[in-house]
Design a protein around this ligand. Structure first.
Ligand SMILES: Nc1nc2c(c(=O)[nH]1)N[C@H]1C(S)=C(S)[C@@H](COP(=O)(O)O)O[C@H]1N2
Ligand SMILES: [Mo]
Length: 395
């Protein structure tokens, strides 16, 4: 077992135990709050809480359009949401990949040319609990169902603009944003420092945003106020919230989040682990409760969504009989790369009892959801076709 893995597991244990770096004062301030460190209310009909994190409930998505409203968007915090004053906040850029250090204030950023784009943020651990429930081999970490995803309309400044105005040098290779949330400390006292993770300069220059608006509003505290990265198509971790500084380097950068965490470890992977995770896989979900109850002998409109970090969704097939027969379903509304697309199918169940509903998406690169995801110790990137259980009862 590699050394990194042991430390990683410890970190996750601490994570599940309710975060870290919280003083007694913080604990007091937390009273009456929905989840440790999350500011917004988390009504149980909309969210499932996992310690410092809040998962969106798919069964509550029926009345949600293409964009998930800010108050319904999932939250993934390593520690807790900090309250950052935008007026005094400064974004500091520094490192060997820049001509000289440079700072930007909030108003300065707002005054730069902005872009708006729809993109998903999805946790690399989304679907992790299915390793246990569907593949009978559990994985370490927050037991997300499929609700560790949301799509929003982000507005902000291209990271490329800010890098160029900071004198990006031709030999820059890595760009690492660092959050202003409390440092991540494990039970046994390992201090990982602030949440940070490098991305290659090519990605940083291509389509990454320094976002200050989410669905037309200033970023809410839980989602990175005043400014976060939005890294389209990549694992959610890359989209660092509450950005305080950005290191731009002429040499590769490392942090625990690209060495110990967010890489593949396990028997299907090289002994030292796979490369740092980047692009998200293909996934689908029904907008139904897990173990939903449906009435026999009448039509039900089943709705769902499919998405991929690799591009637009090309095709979605659904099986309403546990995988024996498949039908192509109609895609509805926008179909945006690195966001998602919606679909629906009408089902008129006749037989009462348990049924399994399956949805399988293919993206424009030809990537298709497999029947099984090779296991990895930390349960990242579960992309297998999900077998969604429902029970049909007499009407
Ligand atoms: N500073 C900071 N940025 C962060 C995190 C964090 O804990 N601290 N969590 C990351 C992870 S793992 C995910 S999945 C996304 C979640 O974004 P959301 O909470 O806005 O949904 O934020 C990422 N950015
Ligand atoms: Mo994540």
């Amino acid at each position: 077992m590699p050394y990194e893995k042991t430390r990683h597991e410890t970190a996750y244990r601490r994570d599940r135990a309710g975060g870290n770096a919280m003083t007694t004062e913080d604990d007091d301030a937390r009273e009456g709050r929905p989840a440790p460190g999350i500011v917004k209310p988390l009504p149980p009909e909309l969210f499932t809480e996992h310690e410092t994190n809040a998962e969106m409930r798919w069964e509550a998505m029926g009345d949600v359009g293409f964009h998930v409203p800010n108050e319904r968007f999932f939250v993934r915090n390593h520690t807790r949401t900090p309250i950052v004053d935008a007026e005094t906040w400064q974004l500091r850029l520094h490192g060997s990949g820049l001509a000289a250090p440079r700072s930007f204030g909030y108003r300065e950023l707002l005054a730069l040319p902005s872009v708006t784009r729809d993109a998903a943020i999805e946790c690399a651990g989304n679907g992790r609990s299915l390793f246990a429930s569907q593949q009978h081999r559990r994985a370490e970490g927050t037991p997300w169902g499929l609700g560790g995803i949301g799509v929003a309309r982000w507005r902000g400044v291209p990271l490329a603009t800010v890098l160029e105005r900071s004198g990006l040098t031709p030999d820059a290779v890595d760009v690492m944003a660092r959050g202003l949330d409390p440092v991540y400390v494990t039970d046994d006292g390992v201090d990982y420092g602030r949440v940070r993770r490098p991305i290659p300069v090519a990605k940083a220059m291509h389509d990454v945003l320094l976002a200050y608006e989410m669905n037309g509003e200033p970023l809410p505290p839980d989602h990175g106020h005043p400014v976060r990265l939005v890294v389209p198509g990549w694992i959610g971790l890359a989209s660092i919230k509450w950005v305080g500084d950005i290191e731009v380097s002429a040499a590769p950068l490392f942090s625990p989040w690209n060495t110990e965490f967010y890489r593949m470890f396990g028997d299907a992977y090289p002994p030292g682990g796979g490369p740092p995770l980047t692009v998200q896989g293909v996934r689908s979900a029904f907008e139904l409760p897990w173990d939903a109850t449906l009435t026999a002998g009448r039509p039900h409109v089943l709705r769902g969504r499919s998405w991929s970090g690799g591009g637009r969704i090309a095709d979605v097939e659904v099986s309403l009989d546990g995988g024996a027969h498949w039908q192509r379903v109609a895609l509805r509304g926008p179909n945006t790369a690195a966001a998602w697309t919606r679909w629906q199918v009408v089902w008129r169940p006749e037989r009462t009892g348990p049924h399994l509903l399956l949805a399988r998406a293919t993206d424009e690169t030809g990537a298709v959801q497999p029947d099984r995801t090779p296991h990895n110790d930390f349960g990242y990137l579960f992309d297998a076709v999900v077998r969604h259980p429902v029970t049909v009862v007499d009407g």
